[in-house]
Design a protein around this ligand. Structure first.
Ligand code: 8ID
Ligand code: ZN
Ligand code: ZN
Length: 349
């Protein structure tokens, strides 16, 4: 039975903190499902949302969260292909219009009128969350709901970004911010895709995590005397990595990547530091034929593929489960850059 009230973490004002309190359980509309969220990963995006870092208005009061895995407990009258009791997930793209030129071509991440979980609509830091049936992730019954939660944003996003990088098996990819949430999944997906990885992050903790996750080399951005030279050296023949996936939450590495990427290589921007700009020399970009592009989550097919990599046991990134009531503590660690891998909140307490 679905209760009328539930526990949630609510952002009541820009900058936070989150407030742990009881709020009503919403009812699904005709094309929606209600998911009893069991676990939800904490993405740096949730912190950007609370702090109002981006030039995109955020709902207030707000229930954040967009890596929510759970069990379907109710569905609207139009929903035919999801049963009560199925496992399903709330991802960043809660819904999209389904009729614009982008949605028609499965580029739904750039739909001009999307519903964003934990941003423009309430997300998964609550016990019962609503998702558009067309968009909720289908999660196979043999998946562990805690472990699969971060696939719904971190895994999906880096899997798509690696595809966008055009890196082929055997090539070298630099993962910038490799010890963080997205980064640790990027190392695992890259390994599963047969790529060499150059992990870039800071500190002994992150170094150890990255090497355990299969990084070919680790470059410490905090202690390296010459990041450009170190990254190039790590690329086998010394000409630089074929692709760079930028996941860091600071501007500097976005400026640096064009210095070490291989000629004809691809730089994929994924991290979203506030008020940041990409600057690259026109001369080098032209004569070295460098590609610089953005990548934003992934579509429903990417979601299914990213989950399938996980289901096959190819993706094992470190995570720590803590009570939903302690979400603010997770944000405090994240602000200090002290999280290796992902924190996951358990909505039961
Ligand atoms: O679809 C998208 N494009 C998408 C999806 C999900 C998340 C984008 N994001 C964005 C988030 O909003 C955030 O801006 O990706 C960024 C990374 O999210 P995250 O992985 O959840 O954050 P994290 O766990 O805090 O990891 C960030 C890592 O970057 C490192 C930190 O040490 C940390 O491990 N880092 C920083 I800050 N500066 C660095 C530098 N100069 C750096 N690593 C290398 N070089
Ligand atoms: Zn996210
Ligand atoms: Zn659309």
């Amino acid at each position: 039975d679905v209760p009328k009230e539930q526990w949630a973490q609510v952002v009541e004002q820009k900058g936070g903190p989150v407030v742990y309190k009881k709020i009503p359980v919403a009812e699904p509309g005709p094309d929606e499902v209600l998911i009893n969220i069991k676990y939800s990963g904490v993405c740096h995006t949730d912190l950007h949302a609370m702090n109002g870092d981006w030039p995109l208005p955020v709902k207030l009061p707000l229930v954040g969260g967009h890596e929510g895995a759970g069990v379907v407990v109710a569905r609207g009258s139009l929903v035919k292909d999801i049963e009560i009791g199925d496992y399903a997930g709330i991802k960043w793209l809660n819904g999209s219009c389904m009729s614009c030129v982008y949605c028609r071509q499965s580029a739904e991440s750039v739909c001009p009128s999307p519903a964003l979980s934990g941003y423009t609509v309430d997300g998964s830091f609550q016990q019962y969350a609503i998702g558009k049936a067309a968009h909720v992730a289908r999660i196979p019954k043999d998946c562990d709901l805690a472990a699969v939660a971060p696939i719904l944003c971190a895994g999906l996003t880096v899997y798509k970004a690696l595809k966008e990088s055009n890196a082929k098996p055997g090539m070298h990819v630099a993962i910038v911010g490799a010890g963080g949430g997205l980064g640790s999944f990027a190392l695992q997906y890259a390994k599963a895709m047969g790529l060499h990885t150059i992990a870039i992050d800071g500190g002994e903790d992150k170094k150890q995590v990255c090497l355990e996750l299969g990084a070919t080399t680790f470059v410490d951005f905090a202690t390296s005397k010459n990041i450009v030279a170190d990254v190039k050296k790590a690329s086998g023949d010394g000409l630089g990595p074929d692709a760079v996936i930028l996941l860091a939450v600071s501007e500097k590495p976005f400026q640096q990547a064009s210095e070490y990427v291989r000629s004809k290589g691809t730089i994929v921007c994924v991290g979203l530091p506030g008020n940041a700009f990409i600057k690259a020399p026109v001369f080098d970009t032209v004569v070295r034929e460098i590609v610089i592009k953005g990548s934003y989550v992934g579509n429903r097919q990417d979601t299914a593929e990213a989950i399938d990599f996980f289901r096959r046991g190819l993706i094992k990134a470190p995570y720590k489960v803590v009570p939903l009531s302690t979400l603010q503590d997770v944000y405090d660690l994240m602000i200090k850059g002290q999280i290796s891998g992902r924190y996951i909140v358990d909505t039961a307490n």
